[in-house]
Write a protein that binds this ligand. Structure first.
Ligand code: AQP
Length: 341
């Protein structure tokens, strides 16, 4: 059933999104998308392509449009089913921007300034520290709260933002009366933070400048293998999970576990006595095997513009209906004068 389910046993609601600032990575899959797919049956899911969030960095319009459609096609190819969940583009539902403005007025400058991602991104890109970047977590709070999501599947880097959304919701509820459900972040056991292949102490990011640091879900098999073979490890030879002393190998073990479905303990046993070269090759193969059918489906979907349009249209209509209900409630509570119909 959809986001508007009336099942007698009410399913918990979840919301999540990925921004199309580039092609999705194995990190986005491990931290968020894998959970999205797993949660589709048991939860009432609302998923979106967070295009509004993307313009905090400067993007070429044609490239941005392409990224957005590719992201949608990748969601579908991975198995996000628009019959089971509400799937849409964020910019197609104006309530996101509208609620974000209201929530800005219930967010303290100090608490927004403490957001780690804002601090890190401002440092990395000092020539474009725009207000949108600062306000990003408030828009994310609006995304989540509009759908009354109880659970938000995210990677580790977004946990702080979900906690901020919860604080804003609580503040609003205390000021008026219960309006928003208080959301909780949920992270996967393995893969909540996948690190770069060249720098295994920093998060793998789709906008990373070094293309060898990052494996994209749309990368070809040869490219994937080349990147894994070149992954930074250490001078030891034991395939053991030890984040402090062996960050590269620990990261590769995590990737292997996410894509092969094997636990890290079992993987350690599997690679006992084998060298790093063998291990890296197996990690590459596991990712390639997993992605083969996904990429075939992705290519088909990308070529079917009419289908993508129909998914976007019905998703936007369904999302807007749910979002409008929450926004109307908020406007009423704040004291805006309603326009009589
Ligand atoms: N490396 C990662 N490991 C685990 N989870 C990750 N996520 C992203 N990278 C990793 C999770 O994927 C979801 C969507 O993220 P996003 O694209 O909306 O934002 P982000 O976290 O800022 O992703 P990037 O790749 O780092 O984007 P850029 O480079 O554009 O800033 C989130 O749940 C995130 O935790």
């Amino acid at each position: 059933m959809s986001g508007e389910t009336t099942d007698t046993i009410r399913k918990k609601k979840i919301f999540s999104a990925v921004k199309p600032t580039g092609s999705p990575t194995i990190g986005s899959y491990a931290g968020a998308l894998k959970n999205w797919i797993a949660m589709q049956d048991a939860y009432d899911c609302v998923y979106c392509v967070a295009d509004l969030h993307s313009i905090t960095v400067s993007l070429e319009p044609a490239v941005f449009r392409k990224n957005t459609l590719e992201m949608l096609a990748m969601y579908l190819a991975l198995g996000i089913n628009p019959e089971k969940c509400v799937l849409f583009l964020q910019s197609h539902v104006s309530a996101h921007a509208e609620l974000a403005w209201v929530l800005n007025c219930y967010t303290q400058f100090g608490e927004a300034s403490r957001m780690t991602q804002f601090k890190e991104k401002s440092k990395r890109n000092p020539e474009n520290v725009n207000v949108g970047l600062f306000d990003y977590p408030v828009l994310m709070a609006a995304d989540i709260l509009l759908y009354q999501a109880e659970t938000v599947p995210v990677g580790e880097d977004q946990k702080q933002h979900v906690e901020l959304a919860r604080n804003i919701a609580q503040r609003f509820n205390n000021r008026y009366s219960p309006t928003f459900v208080l959301p909780e972040p949920v992270m996967p056991k393995y893969g909540a933070k996948i690190y770069g292949l060249q720098n295994p102490t920093a998060k793998m990011s789709k906008s990373e400048e070094n293309p060898n640091d990052c494996v994209y879900l749309a990368d070809g098999a040869d490219e994937i293998m080349r990147k894994f073979k070149a992954a930074v490890t250490d001078s030891d030879s034991a395939v053991k999970y030890d984040k402090t002393n062996k960050p590269g190998i620990s990261n590769l073990l995590t990737v292997y576990s996410v894509f092969s479905g094997e636990s890290i303990d079992k993987a350690e046993k599997e690679f006992e006595g084998k060298g790093y070269a063998d291990f890296k090759k197996r990690v590459g193969e596991a990712v390639i095997e997993f992605l083969k059918p996904v990429q075939a489906e992705y290519k088909k979907l990308l070529a079917d513009k009419n289908y993508l349009q129909s998914v976007m249209k019905s998703g936007a209509e369904r999302a807007a209906r749910i979002a409008r209900r929450t926004l109307s409630k908020v406007y009423r509570k704040v004291g805006f004068v309603p326009l009589e119909q």
